[in-house]
Design a protein around this ligand. Sequence first.
Ligand code: AR6
Length: 175
Amino acid sequence: MYKNQYGLEIHLIKGDITEVEADAIVNAANSYLQHGGGVAYTIVKKGGYVIQKESDEYVEKHGPVPVGEVAVTSAGKLKAKYVIHAVGPRYGIESEDKLESAISKSLLKADELSLTSIALPAISTGIYGYPYEICARIMASVLRNYKPVTLRKVIVCLYSQDAYDVFKEVFDSIL
Ligand code: AR6
């Protein structure tokens, strides 16, 4: 466990984010909130169709979610209260500052909803192709500087041992 200068707890775990106990889990989404693959697919499969339905309604009402921005839905049958859908950049097409934005806006949204805990996956490191190391570095620096309001605990959830090892090394050096 790490703690930043504002007392925010940061936990690094290996596992399936849909099993994590947190007020909100973050989804690695696309702009159209079509949850067809990766962690997004698992979230809808386990949480239920209501998450896709609310996502469709969101896009219909507000238009596509820009890269680096977030949208919120309920979490259906998952333990969490909300799913925060964060749209990360595609490697080689969209820049790292969009990844920084997707991560920090997820945290800001959790605080806006007065939540105390949030779980984050390694956004953009699957289908969108970012190397784990870049994502880890950006996430660590956002978490190091983030001043929370109600948020007390951030759980960074890695799916593979490979990803976990890279994040551990980077977090140990930055946090
Ligand atoms: N729990 C935690 N992490 C997971 C899980 C899980 N159950 N499943 C996969 N990961 P990706 P992206 C990891 O591809 O790169 C989708 O189709 C995975 O190993 O889910 O941001 C969306 O709808 C990887 O490290 O998201 C978008 O179209 C990380 O989660 C697009 O993919 C992110 O991989 C978004 O691509």
